[in-house]
Design a protein around this ligand. Structure first.
Ligand SMILES: NC(=O)c1ccc[n+]([C@@H]2O[C@H](COP(=O)([O-])OP(=O)(O)OC[C@H]3O[C@@H](n4cnc5c(N)ncnc54)[C@H](O)[C@@H]3O)[C@@H](O)[C@H]2O)c1
Ligand SMILES: O=C(O)C1=N[C@H](C(=O)O)CCC1
Length: 245
């Protein structure tokens, strides 16, 4: 586990220790030497750190010859391309990196349902709501959802959404592939997302609430098992790839 002292990392340490088919090799955090990790002592590394260090960690681990499951956010197309390039040069042919913006089944399904619903609505916007200690905005999940909605709209031949806004001081949120994304940071919250889809006279709301970080653990363990079992060489993004959706 890399990022073992963090909010997510400490839960993953407990989850791995509680899993009968897994053994914790290392619990590393900032300042620890990743070079202690080798293919001989470690099958899969789980990485939950911060967006500013995650890419370098993943590249170093790929070079090390181990498979990596990543929960840290901040993955732009450019960063993902660097991971793909590193995997092409990796010591093992079957090496895998798996990245999930969200490991909670509620969030993965909300994302999936939003993608299915998107072609049927004129308008769609995403609101994500998180704890105020989160360092990035909007959430990785919201970016992923917005892109999925945009792709589904494009595939269905839909154009831009109706929006007469002429002045915007920032209230309309960040525009991700044409989809407006709004971020709320509020004490008491954990991780929540709402997708609003609208037509004349009707609205569909899809909402996922993760009240506790324990909600992410079944998804993390599923990803570790899938990667360890093999057959997922290269870069895979999204827990939906490991579910029968
Ligand atoms: N994919 C998901 O389901 C999911 C769920 C929750 C959070 N997240 C994401 O996971 C990341 C971590 O979230 P968090 O709430 O645990 O953050 P956190 O700040 O509590 O933990 C981050 C940990 O990483 C450690 N760290 C920093 N630099 C490091 C380095 N170079 N090497 C090793 N460890 C280092 C920190 O010391 C800290 O312990 C964020 O990007 C967050 O958005 C993803
Ligand atoms: O608590 C966080 O930080 C979370 N980050 C991920 C994101 O940015 O989407 C997943 C939800 C929790």
């Amino acid at each position: 586990m890399v990022g073992a002292k963090g909010r997510m990392g400490s839960h993953v340490v407990d989850a791995v220790n509680g899993a009968q088919d897994m053994q914790l090799a290392f619990a590393l955090d900032a300042g620890d030497d990743l070079m202690r990790i080798t293919p001989e002592n470690t099958d899969v590394v789980v990485e939950f750190t911060v967006p500013s260090v995650s890419l370098d960690n993943v590249l170093a681990l790929v070079k090390r010859g181990v498979d990596v499951v990543v929960g840290t956010t901040g993955w732009t197309d450019e960063r993902l391309a660097k991971v793909t390039a590193a995997l092409a040069e990796a010591p093992r042919d079957d090496q895998a990196v798996f990245i999930a913006p969200n490991f909670a089944i509620s969030a993965v399904l909300a994302d999936y349902f939003a993608k299915v619903a998107a072609p049927y609505f004129e308008s769609a916007e995403v609101i994500e709501l998180h704890h105020p200690t989160k360092v990035d905005a909007p959430s990785g999940t919201a970016i992923h959802t917005a892109r999925a909605i945009a792709d589904a709209r494009k595939a269905a031949g839909l154009g831009a959404m109706p929006d007469a806004t002429e002045t915007d001081g920032g209230s309309r949120g960040q525009v991700v592939d044409g989809v407006h994304v709004h971020a709320v940071r509020l004490r008491g919250l954990n991780a929540h997302e709402e997708v609003l889809l609208g037509n004349a006279g009707e609205q569909l709301t899809i909402r996922a609430d993760s009240f506790d970080r324990i909600s992410f653990m079944p998804g993390v363990l599923l990803a570790v098992r899938k990667v360890a079992d093999g057959g997922h060489a290269g870069l895979t993004v999204g827990l939906d790839k490991f579910l029968d959706l």
